[in-house]
Write a protein of this length. Structure first.
Length: 183
């Protein structure tokens, strides 16, 4: 375990099991579509989850990425998501699957949903690794959530604090003194 963590809350094996469940759920949902869905990863946090999910799927998909920032180097969401990098692919008349690392306050998810549907997407499906309802500010939910978590600050498997810890193959609770000394 990384020395900056209080504890490991999800092992590699637990994550892999839920990734398989998410992929199977998406396969069932999109089994009869004529055009491959456009799968959007929100960089950088979702990249590990997105790659593992689409590799586990049988359904053909196309990939694109966006960068949306609401945390910066803080442990709390600013509540004002900012699109840093937009999509390259058009979404008009497409089934869109948004792969998120965490649904926290809900601000980013609402912004993304409004943007994608406003551009004419046929459908908008959200799969998230983590649902964090204790921090929810807006009444929004993912269509599929792998894990529900409390209000702890977690890192690993793509989730970071100040661009660190993403490469941990498990998820753990970051020691409070790590992020309080920098905030």
């Amino acid at each position: 375990m990384n020395e900056d963590l209080e504890s490991v809350v999800l092992s590699e094996e637990q994550i892999a099991k839920k990734v398989s469940e998410a992929a199977a759920w998406l396969d069932k949902r999109f089994e009869n579509v004529a055009t491959p869905p456009l799968t959007i990863g929100v960089l950088k946090g979702s990249v590990f989850f997105l790659c593992d999910v689409v590799r586990a799927m049988r359904t053909p998909v196309q990939l694109d990425f966006m960068t949306v920032s609401s945390y910066g180097n803080s442990s709390k969401s600013s509540g004002k998501p900012k699109i840093v990098m937009d999509l390259a692919a058009p979404v008009q008349n497409r089934d869109v699957i948004l792969i998120e690392d965490i649904v926290d306050s809900g601000h980013t998810l609402v912004e993304m949903k409004n943007l994608i549907l406003g551009r004419g997407a046929k459908s908008f499906t959200v799969v998230t690794l983590f649902n964090k309802p204790a921090r929810r500010k807006l009444p929004v939910q993912a269509d599929f959530s792998c894990f529900e978590i409390g209000d702890d600050f977690i890192v690993g498997y793509g989730l970071d604090y100040a661009q660190q810890y993403r490469n941990l193959p498990y998820v753990g609770i970051l020691k409070r003194e790590i992020y309080e000394k920098k905030s």
